[in-house]
Design a protein around this ligand. Sequence first.
Ligand code: NAP
Length: 295
Amino acid sequence: MILVTGVSGALGGLMLAGLRAQPDLEVVAGTRSGDGHTARRIDFDDPGTLASGFDGVDTLVFVSAGYAEDDVVTARHGAVVAAAAAAGVRHVIYTSLSASTHHTTIAVPHLWTEKQLAAASFDVTVLRNGFYSELPVSLAAGAAESAAATGVFAAPFGTGRISGVSREDLAAVAVRVAAEIERDLRAGSGSAHAGRTYELEGVSSLSGAEIAEVLSESLGRPVEYRDVPLTELRDELLSGGLEPYRIGHTISLFSNLKAGFLHASHSDLPALLPTVARSMREEIAEAVSGPVAAG
Ligand SMILES: NC(=O)c1ccc[n+]([C@@H]2O[C@H](COP(=O)([O-])OP(=O)(O)OC[C@H]3O[C@@H](n4cnc5c(N)ncnc54)[C@H](OP(=O)(O)O)[C@@H]3O)[C@@H](O)[C@H]2O)c1
């Protein structure tokens, strides 16, 4: 039996749907709001739900539960590792963060979790997800109106590039890997995915100047890129009511982008994805002005 956690989330929901589309697999949903009938109640902050929630599970698709201070996230993830071992889960698939992000503060709880998993008794496959393309796509789409009015796309990219990958592509890889592992377990054979760490970096990357170019094409007017200094970004975040921990993570992310670290050089995505990876250029063009021809 496969259990997917965090199914009300975007990534968990896509994974659940993809696995449930395969009739030979027994797939159970896990969510904090589980009622015990349509979904099991799995709340990483409430370890009691994990002891019963992981009962009978062979393959656990453990979706990271970020969006909190690091010590809260590590406590959550530590509870999952301990409960999976205690329940006799045979294989854990963990959604981590890709190598290009490892200088960002966001990577810390993921790397900690990978370490706990590596020391556990069950088999592990780590899916190191690249940055969601949602970040540059929503930045560009959100800036379209002002770019149309001013001819300027302002963002804290410096001269850096960001590689991005869609959640749909990441979910498709996770579905493939989880289904293959579960079938291997049923067949009593070892899985080729056991002990593997896959770098699922985005295969397309964009600079601020290139996003301005896509905006220019979509809006039908010249758009210039302007870099935003980190001090300006920090002031904007401080006045925007963002939770304090998110301010630190956001500054760290853009500092890494400016330094050129978020441009990935290697990805296992093409080898594992059953289709061609989505392009961020097309995602932005679609978000701004509807589907356009690939270019
Ligand atoms: N690669 C990237 O660029 C990137 C960007 C942002 C986030 N992430 C990470 O990837 C994860 C999945 O992304 P997403 O897009 O699906 O995020 P999302 O749509 O915000 O969903 C996150 C889900 O995490 C689950 N969760 C939160 N607290 C939990 C807890 N205490 N116990 C169990 N589950 C909990 C919730 O699911 P239920 O309510 O169903 O339990 C929530 O819906 C995030 O949680 C974050 O760790 C990665």
